[in-house]
Design a protein around this ligand. Structure first.
Ligand SMILES: [Mn+2]
Length: 355
C-alpha cells in the first residue's frame, strides 16, 4: 500500500503540494490535467510540466484520476473509434512519462452525485450528503445548479460547467443505451486499450458508480460484486482492474466490501478509502474516516486489502470541512490528512499483527 492524496493542480486546488508533502506517510499524489475535456489528447509538454511540479515538491505522481472517457465511447456512437484513438495516444504519452496507473469511470452523464455539499453535522463540521427522496423530486437541470450553488466557487470534478451546459444533448445521446449496451461499449473500449496498457505497463482502474444505483433513469453497471466480477471477466489482462472505492460501493449497505476485495484479489490497482453514515434507505452522509463515526468497518476493509496483497496507491477519499477550512467540498487538507494518518495507523497495526 502506498499512501497518496488527490491533488487537482495549482490553479484549482486550495491545498499545495508542499502541505501534502508534510502529511506523514504520504509519498505521492493522484492528479490530472484538470482543464482537459473528455476526448482531448494530452500534450507531452503538459504531462511533463505536471510531473516536474510534483517531483520538485518531493512527491511522485502515483496515478492519474481521471483520464475521462468521452460520451461517444460510452454510448458507442459512430465516431467512438476516433475518441478511443485519442485516449490511446494520451495513455501512450502517460506511459512514456512513467505514469502507470489511470483511474476512469463509465458513468453516463453525471459522475458522482450528492444532494448536499455542506450538510452540518452535530460536531459543527460540514460534509457531503445524499438523499434519494430529494433526487426523486428534481430534474437533472436542477441538479446542475444545486452543485454549482454549493461548490464555493470551486470547479467540481465531474461537474465541469462546459460539460453540463450540454446536458440536454448528453441525455439525448444516452437514449436507447440500456445497461447491456453500456456494458458492451465498455467491453469494446477495454479490448481496444489493453494493447497500449501492455506496452507501457499501465494499470487501468475503473471507478465504481456513485451512488451504486441508477440515478435519473440512466444506466449504471459498476455497482456491486457480481457486476464487478462480470467486468473483470472482460479481459484476463492483469492491467484491466478496478479502483476499490469504499464510499461508492458502500452507498449500498448490501455491498460487503471486505468480501468484494477478496473476490477482486489481484485486480485492485487503486483504492479510495472513505466512511459513510447511513441514516435511512437511500440516505447517507460522508463521515470521518474513523469506523466509529460512520457505518463502515474501516479496519475490516484495510485488513481485507492487506490480506489480498494490495500494493497499489490508496488515498483518503473525501473529507469533511473542519477547523474553518475553505476548500473544494470534500477536498480540504485537514480531514483528509486525519484520514491518511488513521489509515496508516490501521495498516501498521495490521501488518505488524500479521507477522
Ligand atoms: Mn471514489
Amino acid at each position: 500500500m502506498r499512501m497518496t492524496m488527490r491533488w487537482f493542480g495549482k490553479d484549482y486546488d486550495s491545498v499545495s503540494l508542499e502541505w501534502i508533502r508534510q502529511v506523514p506517510g504520504v509519498t505521492g499524489v493522484i492528479t490530472t490535467l484538470y482543464g482537459k475535456l473528455p476526448g482531448e489528447v494530452w500534450e507531452r509538454e503538459a504531462i511533463a510540466g505536471l510531473k516536474k511540479q510534483v517531483e520538485d515538491a518531493g512527491l511522485v505522481i502515483a496515478g492519474i484520476e481521471s483520464v475521462n472517457v468521452h460520451d461517444a465511447i460510452k454510448t458507442g456512437s459512430a465516431d467512438r473509434d476516433a475518441y478511443i484513438d485519442a485516449y490511446i495516444t494520451t495513455l501512450e504519452r502517460l506511459g512514456q512519462a512513467d505514469i502507470r496507473l489511470v483511474c476512469y469511470n463509465f458513468m453516463p452523464v453525471f459522475d458522482w452525485t450528492r444532494t448536499d455539499l455542506a450538510k452540518v453535522r452535530p460536531d459543527g463540521s460540514t460534509t457531503m450528503a445524499y438523499d434519494q427522496s430529494l433526487i426523486d423530486t428534481i430534474n437533472p437541470d436542477d441538479m446542475t445548479s444545486l452543485i454549482e450553488r454549493q461548490s464555493r466557487g470551486f470547479v467540481m470534478a465531474g461537474w465541469e460547467p462546459e460539460r453540463l451546459a450540454k446536458l440536454k444533448d448528453l441525455f439525448a445521446m444516452y437514449r436507447g443505451v440500456d445497461e447491456e449496451r453500456l456494458f458492451e461499449n465498455l467491453r469494446y473500449f477495454i479490448q481496444r486499450i489493453m494493447p497500449v496498457c501492455d506496452k507501457y505497463d499501465i494499470n487501468m482502474a475503473i471507478h465504481p458508480d456513485d451512488p451504486s444505483w441508477s440515478v435519473f433513469g440512466l444506466p449504471r453497471i459498476v455497482t456491486g460484486r457480481e457486476r464487478l466480477l462480470r467486468f473483470i471477466g472482460i479481459s484476463d489482462n492483469v492491467h484491466h482492474g478496478v479502483t476499490l472505492c469504499t464510499g461508492s460501493l458502500g452507498t449500498n449497505p448490501q455491498n460487503d466490501i471486505p468480501a468484494i476485495i477478496a473476490a477482486l484479489k489481484g485486480r485492485i490497482h487503486f483504492a479510495h478509502a472513505r466512511n459513510l453514515l447511513h441514516t435511512a434507505p437511500g440516505k447517507f452522509e460522508e463521515a470521518a474516516h474513523l469506523s466509529a463515526d460512520g457505518s463502515m468497518d474501516m479496519y475490516a476493509i484495510m485488513k481485507a486489502l492487506h490480506d489480498a496483497g494490495f500494493d497499489g496507491p490508496i488515498r483518503p477519499d473525501h473529507g469533511r470541512a473542519i477547523w474553518g477550512e475553505v476548500s473544494m467540498p470534500g477536498y480540504g487538507l485537514y480531514d483528509r490528512a486525519l484520514g491518511a494518518a488513521y489509515l496508516n495507523g490501521l495498516w501498521e497495526a495490521i501488518e505488524k499483527g500479521s507477522r
